[in-house]
Ligand binder design. Sequence first.
Ligand SMILES: [Zn+2]
Length: 76
Amino acid sequence: MPIYEYQCKQCNHTFEHLQLNTDLPPQSCPECGQAIEKLMSAGSFNLNTGTDVSAGTCCGQHSPCDSPKHCCGMSH
Ligand SMILES: [Zn+2]
């Protein structure tokens, strides 16, 4: 399930929203009720570790990496 991140245009409060199929996307800021916008970075990060879940394509390559934390001799 995708998790989208939104930011309030008014107070810059950011929050994540787990988008269910039956769910409507949030329309307003939970803090101040003003208009929000969806952030483009949403969904590309593992929220538990902060690790980019697309780490299989590390170092600009599109082939899977067996050890994404140390691929290409670099520590990510
Ligand atoms: Zn707000």
